[in-house]
Design a protein around this ligand. Sequence first.
Ligand code: ZN
Length: 167
Amino acid sequence: MLERMMAKWNTPIYAFWTPIPTIGYDDGHRYHEFKCFKKSCSKSVRRFLDKSDATSTGNLHRHTKACWGADIVHLAMNAGNVENARNVLSKSKDGSIAEAFRKAGKEQVTYSHRQHMKMETRAEIVRWVTENARPYSIVKDRGFKNLMKTGRPEYYLPSPHTVSRDV
Ligand SMILES: [Zn+2]
C-alpha cells in the first residue's frame, strides 16, 4: 500500500517533506504524517487515507510556501520530479537553493505534443547539424530516418541540399 502511494508522490512538493511519512491511527482512521524537511521547523501534516484529501497536496503546498518562500516552491515545481528536487535540497546550502533549482529547471528538456511544421523541422535540423558538427547528409541516414518516421511515415525531412542551403 505504502509503495503504491509513494509511486504517486512524484510531484516535487514532496521533496520538502520527509521521504517516508509516519503511519498512524487516530480513532481507527489511518493517516500518513509528513514532516517538514527544514531542520529548524517542526511542522507536520497528517493526511487521512479514508478521506478525500488522501492524496491532496494542498496542505503540503500551503506550509511549504510559508516555510521556504513561494519563489523556491515555484522553482522546485519547475525542476521536474521529486527526485531532482530532493537532490537540489539535500546538496544546497540555504542561500544557493533558488539558484540550484533554477539550474535544474533549465536542464530539464520538455517536448511538445504537437509535431513540428516543415519550417520548424528545417530550423531544428540546422541547429542540430551546426551545433553538433553533423554532415548535411545525416538527414539521409537510415537509422535517423527510421527514428523520425516510424509511427508517422509522412513526417517531413529536408534533403541534404535543403539543409546545406538553410545553414
Ligand atoms: Zn516547515
